[in-house]
Structures are given as C-alpha cells and as structure tokens.
Design a protein around this ligand. Sequence first.
Ligand code: NAD
Ligand code: AHE
Ligand code: ZN
Length: 369
Amino acid sequence: MKSRAAVAFAPNQPLKIVEIDVEAPKKGEVLIKNTHTGVCHTDAFTLSGEDPEGLFPVVLGHEGAGIVIEVGEGVTSVKPGDHVIPLYTAECGECEFCQSGKTNLCVAVRETQGKGVMPDGTTRFSYQGQPLYHYMGCSTFSEYSVVAEVSLAKITPEANHEHVCLLGCGVTTGIGAVHNTAKVQPGDSVAVFGLGAIGLAVIQGARQAQAGKIIAIDTNPGKFALATQFGATECINPKDHDKSIKDVLLEKNKWGIDHTFECIGNVDVMRQALESAHRGWGQSIIIGVAGAGKEISTRPFQLVTGRSWKGSAFGGVKGRSQLPDMVKQAMTGKIDLAPFVTHTLTLDEINQAFDLMHEGKSIRTVIRF
Ligand code: NAD
Ligand code: AHE
Ligand code: ZN
C-alpha cells in the first residue's frame, strides 16, 4: 500500500515528506495506521548521525499511537480496529529477560530492530523501489507502519491519541525511571538534570512518589514554569553560577541528593549528577543518550563512598503488561499529559518540530496524520 511518510534520506538533512510503499504484514507482524506521533530528542539524535545504530535512509519516529489495520499469520493478541501504542522495548514474555522478573529489556526482536529490519531480516518499506530502514521497531513518522506483534501494547479505544502517544516514550521513560529504576521513597530528595519531556516526567513521577525536595536543573529557564507546575520545589540554572552545578548542589545539601537523574545525554553532566548523589547511598540514573564514542568517568572513590550509577531504558516499563494501565492513569488524571504537548503540527510540518526542539521552544510537538 501507499503511505505518506517523513523519510530521513541522510544524516543532518531535513526529512522529506514522500509517498512510500508499505508491504503487508508477514508472520507475527501487524500493519498499523499511526494517528499521532511525538518527536523525541532521540529521533533528533539519530538524525544527527551520532547514533552508532543509525542507518539511512530510514523512517524515524518511536513515540506513537495508532490503530491496527491488518494482522499477519499467527497474530492473536491484536485484531483490526484495536488501538495500540508501538513499543521500542518489546515484551515477548518468553525470553530470558522477560522471564527474569528483573528487567524490561526483552531481546525477542532487539537484534534485528537495531539493524533497521523486521525479525525475518527484511524491510517492509521502500521508496521508488529502494528499501528504507525501520527505526526502533516502530517507524511512527509514516501514516502506515509494520511492527512486530510483541512490539504493540493494546490500549483502550477511549484514549486520546494526541496525548497518550507520549506514553510510547518520553513520559513513560521519566515516570518509570522514578518508580522502577530509582524506586524513590516518600521524603527522598531528587535532582533532575534537563527539563525536556523526560526530565519533566521524572518530576511528575517524583511527586507521585512523594519525594521531599525536587530540584529541577536546566540551562534554559524557559523550562522552569512547567517544572514548578509538575512539582519542582526549586529550579536552578547552572549558568547563573560561577561554580559547577555539583558544587551549587553540595553547598546547600552537604552530603548530596538521594536520587539524581540525567535527562540530557551529556557525559559531563552525567559526572556532575553522579558526584551530586548522597554519600553512602545516593544513586544517579542515566536516562540521556550520548553520542558515538562518548564515555563517562569519575573518580572510583565516588563509588567506593557509596554512590552508584544506574541506567534506565523506557523507564524499566514492560510495555504490553504495564502501558494499558498507564493509559488509564492518564485518562483519570493520575498522569498529566496535556502540558507536555506544547505544539501540534501536520506531517508536512514535521521539520519544524525538530527546529522547535533545538531552539528550546517546545516540550513535545505531536504530529497528527
Ligand atoms: P529535550 O531536548 O526535550 O530536553 C533536554 C533538556 O536538557 C533541554 O531542556 C535542555 O535545555 C537541557 N539541557 C541541555 N544541556 C544542558 C546542560 N548542560 N545542563 C542542564 N540542562 C541542559 O530532550 P528529551 O526528549 O527530554 O530527551 C532527553 C534525553 O533523554 C535525550 O538524550 C534522549 O535521547 C534521552 N531519552 C532516553 C530514553 C531512555 O529510555 N533512556 C528515552 C527517551 C529519551
Ligand atoms: N542506539 C543507541 C542507543 C539509543 C538508546 O539508548 N536508546 C534508548 C531509548 S531512547 C528513546 O528515546 C534505549 O532504550 N536503549 C535500550 C535499547 O535496547 O535500545 C546506541 O548507542 O547504539
Ligand atoms: Zn524517545
């Protein structure tokens, strides 16, 4: 079938809106019609050419919501008409990782996903006869997409897709990192580095967890109003200080902060976040994605004296088991999604979404098809 899509033909080039060909779903696959997609910083990261797994030409996008159109052979968990959120972290329920009870990092389709193809090693997308790669198992920047059955969370048809598409990545990642990765407890102190959708969702999760102090940090003070609305008790712009942000934090919090979250993808900030964590038990959660070749470092003494580093992917959330309930939480106001959607645009305008992100003017732009 034909599908309008925003295609990244090469790194660092604007996406081109073209009509692509989408093949029917094969065994274990599902054809979906995306109704909405958010634009996440990770899409910009891969477009920049910094992603070691980045492949071109590709249909980017991984924060969507849509409706099932057709199912391939053997698909039983969804049927045409079902409302779904595509998952870049699949959940097969059967692999060693799903069975472990310790992680959401299912491996059922991860290897082929990272190579931009479906589990059988081929692509369902092409443009003028040339194959296009899939992205993160989702490719939501296309009106129609083919995804693995294990990469779909079935959600209630009553949900507002313009909002719940953000549970496909940003908001779930931030809230999940607080509850599943850090396990923040009532009264704990929290510092959040970077106040995009991820950092703001961490703040929302920290408030749900009844954290005490919630310190919001960003070099763009335009993010502070929303951070405060979501529950930040203090906002700090590192540019307002002539010392490091670590020293600013430790000056007021002698032994450090219980939980720090890096939501930027900057390895220098990751070090500051780790070294701001509490002596003896503080932990720093890395959520931000850093470019090819970047490495983190600190003095081992920082770890010897009780701080620890952890990472979080999709907030540790198991998509098929847990997203349907998170959608319901959004519908009853327990998760507040509307303020994240600062802009809505059409697919033809998608490059503006990247501009708004880079200019620091948006939290999330949602594309409607
Ligand atoms: P964003 O661009 O919307 O927000 C980043 C924020 O960081 C901006 O507000 C920016 O002003 C701020 N910032 C930049 N440099 C700073 C600095 N030196 N000090 C303080 N603040 C600074 O991005 P986003 O969509 O919220 O994503 C954040 C990061 O999380 C990205 O690296 C993204 O790739 C990653 N991410 C990871 C996961 C995961 O599962 N681990 C999921 C989604 C996104
Ligand atoms: N491809 C990159 C890593 C990118 C990355 O870390 N992705 C996050 C999700 S970002 C969503 O916006 C993630 O969940 N990673 C775990 C996984 O299995 O992809 C690289 O460095 O190669
Ligand atoms: Zn994302």
